[in-house]
Write a new protein. Sequence first.
Length: 538
Amino acid sequence: MTAPLLDIRNLTIEGRTETGWVPLVRDVSLTLARGEVLGLIGESGAGKSTLGLAAMGYVRDGCRIAAGEVWFDGTDLAAAPEPVRRALRGSRIAYVAQSAAASFNPAHRLIDQHVEAPVVHGIATRREAQRDAVELYRRMRLPDPEGIGFRYPHQVSGGQLQRAMTAMAMACRPDLIVFDEPTTALDVTTQIEVLSTIRDIVRGSGTAAIYITHDLAVVAQMADRIKVLLRGDEVEEAPTRRMLAEPREEYTRSLWAVRTHRRPERPPPAGAPLVSARFVTAAYGALTVLHGVNLDLHAGRTTAVVGESGSGKSTLARVVAGLLPPARGEVRLEGRVLAPSYRARARDDLRAIQLIYQSADTALNPRQRVREIVGRPASFYGGLSGPALEARLVELMEMIELDPRRFLDRFPAELSGGQKQRVGIARALAAGPRVLLCDEVTSALDQIVAEGILKLLDRLQAELGLAIMFITHDIATVRAIADDVVVMKDGRVVTDGPKAEVLSPPHDPYTELLLSSVPEMDPDWLDRVLEERRRAAR
């Protein structure tokens, strides 16, 4: 038996709190051979990312390795000096973060950030690294692989940015890659190609991987073994097929059973829409992104907007919110034409339409406490201050089901992903809106937390009569929460209508492609779909 590439032994990691050190990961062990993929699953706060970072010999600020060892190819990273760990990171150990938007430097082009590791570690010249970057971009199905690297992070979609980060991690062909939710920002069609590419590179180069995810169907395609964590403790570990067929522990079986939330079917809307976009064309510079798009949002109903990355979903939301003035077309609120730019809109029009962003990590000011983040719109739009503002803050926190005594004075860094997203919802509600534009608000959340957010939005809609535009690439979410569905591709509406009509056969070809690309809890699903598409392409 050859020694494992990675051998974590009885690892305990602690985090510092006001009352002292508390365990984040308790006495966890794992081994990983070259070319093997280990899936780490569990709900938010389980310790998955903490354990993944520890595989690189790294802990976040305010954390420490209290006990245990992290052996990588004969070196104990828990005890090694920092220069030794730095020499390994980026060259032999790579990391793909969950939030690409928060991880890329916004001041540098993608290609400059991609080539840095291979050049610094002496693996390639800049010219060689750039040629390899183009090839990796092509394998990741990024548009314009020769030119996309010369864009800045804000000039590409979230899904494209996540693929660029995955390509960057592979630049040095490392021995170990830690994938921390690498496909959460990807639409289902792109996800298939990226998963296939990741798997081919891992298998072809003998690279080992830790694959952290909350998507059980995805981990079924990627992992040889699965380890389940709960609040820092190991629940169970088994080969993937056995884990899927016969999970031993009740907690694991509960993970398999989530996403049961379903919105009851509602009758078609009566009356005029609350918000309507008519023949909207929008562009970023010379690049036209939307082409004559129409959209209706009705009070008390949820319209899901689905489509591949780069199809124009988020751009449409930005136009409705007034963040991007359209080149042609108009947005109406209760029949009144709104000013194209938010700068020219009346305060009541601004408060009526609120946007909740995809990445709570980048949407919340890290230097402000929750009371400041939520309180500012309550003060600006409602004119509240003093005791009235405090009472409103308590009311908003209770609406999003967070204890105001525990959470109002926390900073975003002291919140879990699901808690941050709830604060983002509270900030939008603080304005007293009539329309919520939800841009992939559950894509980065584990399935248990995401289901809680969907139920929260459902309850708030029923209580407040909100019109909701819900942008997503997750068909399971569409089935759970939508009343109406709009399918977009390349900046155009392919089909739209009530959910039952759009998602029931016969489908138009593009909607059929989206539905057939939803991963299943079957380890053979990815191979089967890829083979079907290869045969269809012949």
